[in-house]
Design a protein. Structure first.
Ligand SMILES: Cc1cc2nc3c(=O)[nH]c(=O)nc-3n(C[C@H](O)[C@H](O)[C@H](O)COP(=O)(O)O)c2cc1C
Length: 331
């Protein structure tokens, strides 16, 4: 059956060690051991989110994931996590196969430290210059993620990143993320030279996701136009844009931003600390939505692809449809 699409995926599956070159992108509070192992057991590549965890917590989560799957999965580490080195050590100790570095451009020394454990490194790049630099520094694969995606996003859309990075760097293994769901799209990207794709939003509300029922229902009700970016109040104090469904929580974020901005202007808080407090705000409100089901004040991080997601499906149903659609456009 799926011979043609599997052939096109070979480059990516060799890197990931999975059956399909489809990564289930890490989602803080959502990509825990159950979802990650379920993705890997279904032949995809699950990625555990370490968010703001410390080493002990991450170790517990990796052990739990390893008890539920013997397949490869990745660990997503946010580069600005002050416990970065401890987290890398835990991944080394637990013999994780891949670390995905997100939330900033990683240092060469971090890439080398991870390689020292025999672990493959995947990173994100927002531009061709940075993509080339990261490969020069030794990363094994790259993810380019367009601003259609859910969660923290860069300024450029997937369409622009494809033309600027993917098409100019075909010799390197690049996975594409942001606004992808249909198999025809996956097939087209593989034909353009992508090693594979990374999907997030669709797995946040799949059957195996342990996210609260209210959280999932909010996705099924939403349309793509509800997945918005918060307003930036002042150019001098730039905030990391985070795409989420509009709700009271999004308004509260703007209010929080106003408070931090005022403190920054009065010299009461430094820019980095101000931004960090906004990050904590996001992490806390995402947890409220995912675990407590507070869809009014919690953060409903979501990509624009929510437009196409109308019901709860299992990972198997999602991947079966992707493969079917992909095969239908391959000759
Ligand atoms: C609720 C949510 C939380 C996310 N958290 C993270 C994260 O902790 N680390 C990360 O690298 N990406 C995070 N992402 C991005 C996803 O891993 C993935 O790249 C993105 O969702 C792909 O685009 P899509 O939403 O259009 O499928 C998050 C996305 C969502 C929807």
């Amino acid at each position: 059956m799926n011979e043609k699409i599997l052939k096109l995926m070979e480059r990516g599956t060799k890197i990931l060690g999975s059956k399909y070159a489809i990564m289930g992108g890490a989602m803080t509070w959502i990509s825990e051991s159950n979802l990650t192992s379920a993705l890997s057991n279904a032949g995809l590549f699950g990625v555990l989110a370490s968010g703001a965890m410390d080493g002990d917590l991450l170790k517990k989560e990796i052990v739990a994931t390893q008890s539920k799957t013997d397949k490869n999965f990745g660990v997503n580490i946010i580069t600005m996590n002050p416990k970065l080195n401890d987290l890398v050590d835990v991944c080394g100790e637990r013999k994780v196969s891949h670390v995905i570095l997100a939330g900033g451009i990683p240092e060469k020394s971090t890439i080398e430290k991870i390689h020292g454990y025999g672990i493959q490194v995947i990173a994100f790049a927002p531009s061709q210059v940075i993509a080339r630099r990261l490969f020069k520094q030794g990363i094994d694969a790259l993810v380019i993620e367009g601003s259609e995606a859910g969660g923290h996003v860069g300024p450029l859309s997937t369409m622009i990143l494809i033309q600027d990075i993917l098409l100019n760097m075909k010799e390197y293994p690049i996975f594409v993320a942001g606004g992808i769901l249909r198999g025809e799209m996956v097939a087209a990207l593989l034909k353009l030279g992508a090693a594979g794709c990374q999907l997030g939003t669709v797995f946040a509300c799949c059957k195996e996701s342990t996210a609260h029922e209210n959280f999932k229902k909010a996705y099924f009700r939403a349309s793509g136009r509800n997945a918005i970016l918060p307003v930036q109040l002042d150019k001098k104090f730039n905030i990391a844009p985070v795409r989420a469904l509009e709700n009271i929580g999004m308004d509260e974020f703007v209010q929080k931003q106003r408070e931090v901005l005022q403190k920054f202007e009065k010299g009461e808080v430094r820019a980095e600390n101000g931004r960090l407090s906004l990050e904590h705000f996001w992490a806390g409100s995402l947890r409220r939505a995912v675990q407590e089901g507070d869809t009014d004040r919690g953060s409903l991080m979501s990509g624009q692809i929510v437009e196409l997601i109308k019901e709860e499906r299992s990972i198997q149903e999602i991947i079966d449809q992707i493969l079917r659609e992909a095969e239908s456009v391959l000759d």
